[in-house]
Design a protein around this ligand. Structure first.
Ligand code: ACO
Ligand code: ZN
Length: 161
């Protein structure tokens, strides 16, 4: 069944709700200052999804300068820090729409590639990222506090000359 949803840029008023969704969806939680700093520095990388005027998902990202995963040398890289959609609203394309908004914003900031870490057991997220063109670059052993490994996944955002 299809559901009407809207994707919009996050505002300061959304942060408590975003933190709630983060808490109930993922073991990786962050301070309020961390969310606010991302919003302040990279507003075009931070979106929420709304259904009937209620925020039910978010994506938060950032821009970093570092060694390219796809191209040698220093490059501007987008980093998807956190993505979550409340359980009752999953599998309706909302996670994909949030990611597409963030990818567009990161590209506007000049990012040449985008990367993220995901638990090796997180099949739903891995499938979503693969559908968006991410591929596994490598495994990061014991990345998470509970000892689980992460896949580092990468996607090009611009043509590689
Ligand atoms: N099983 C298998 N494939 C899945 C599943 C699933 N449970 N969920 C999504 N997918 C794949 C499918 O291919 C799906 O397309 P389809 O429905 O046409 O088959 C595709 O991903 C797109 O799914 P969406 O509906 O766009 O994704 P959704 O809105 O459900 O959000 C998300 C996906 C964000 C991973 C959600 O499951 C969630 O919030 N999970 C808990 C939090 C989480 O794991 N976040 C990612 C952590 S990694 C990080 O933050 C960098
Ligand atoms: Zn990360």
């Amino acid at each position: 069944m299809s559901m009407k949803y809207a994707i919009r840029q996050t505002t300061l008023n959304d942060i408590d709700r975003v933190m709630y969704i983060n808490r109930v969806s993922l073991p990786e939680n962050y301070t309020k200052v961390f969310f606010i700093e991302h919003l302040r520095k990279w507003p075009k990388g931070f979106y929420v999804a709304e259904v009937d005027g209620v925020v039910i998902g978010y994506v938060m990202s950032r821009v970093e300068i570092g060694w390219g995963y796809l191209k040698p040398g220093l490059v501007r890289k987008g980093h998807i820090v956190s993505l979550a959609v409340l359980e009752n609203y999953r599998r309706k394309g909302i996670g994909t729409a949030l990611m597409q908004a963030a990818l567009k914003g990161l590209k506007e900031y000049g990012a040449r590639e985008v990367y993220l870490e995901v638990r090796v057991s997180n099949t739903p997220a891995i499938r979503l990222y693969e559908k968006l063109g991410f591929t596994v670059k490598r495994t990061i052993p014991y990345y998470y506090l509970d000892g689980e490994d992460a896949f580092l996944m990468v996607k090009p955002l611009a043509e590689i000359p």
